[in-house]
Design a protein around this ligand. Structure first.
Ligand SMILES: O=c1ccn([C@H]2C[C@H](O)[C@@H](COP(=O)(O)OP(=O)(O)OP(=O)(O)O)O2)c(=O)[nH]1
Length: 119
């Protein structure tokens, strides 16, 4: 994981949306995917939410103008300063491609829905 900072200063009004420039363009090794996720402290410090929850950076997003951005919505009036570490980047190897087979039913016992384990 690499902490990544904003490459520009932006002022956001409560409820507004902005793509914050992270100032990075990369060419990934073949078979890798890059992910952009918020830092745990991002909301507490800056009052912004990453609108796509997790950003997936395609391997083909590798031109000079393919600059990685952080899609942000502000919950309060806020200012993100150039150099503020607002997110993290991770590069992972893609798993082998799977083949899915359609079936009428599965053999396993139902596990139960959200919160059904009582723990
Ligand atoms: O948080 C993010 C998510 C994506 N991207 C860039 C890299 C990615 O390769 C491109 C397109 O993203 P995605 O495939 O998620 O967008 P889409 O909504 O499916 O649009 P597109 O038609 O461009 O694929 O935008 C970012 O800079 N930050």
């Amino acid at each position: 994981m690499y902490d990544i900072c904003a490459a520009e200063t932006v002022s956001l009004k409560k409820g507004s949306f902005c793509l914050i420039d992270l100032g990075i363009s990369i060419k990934m090794p073949e078979g890798c995917t890059c992910w952009i996720v918020p830092r745990s402290s991002t909301y507490k410090r800056y009052k912004i939410i990453q609108t796509n929850s997790v950003g997936v950076i395609d391997g083909s997003y590798s031109g000079n103008n393919d600059i990685i951005k952080f899609p942000a919505r502000a919950d309060e009036d806020t200012v993100i300063h150039k150099g503020d570490y607002i997110c993290q980047m991770c590069v992972t190897k893609r798993p082998p491609r799977l083949t899915f087979t359609e079936v009428d039913s599965l053999d396993d016992v139902n596990r139960g829905g959200f919160g059904s384990t009582g723990r």
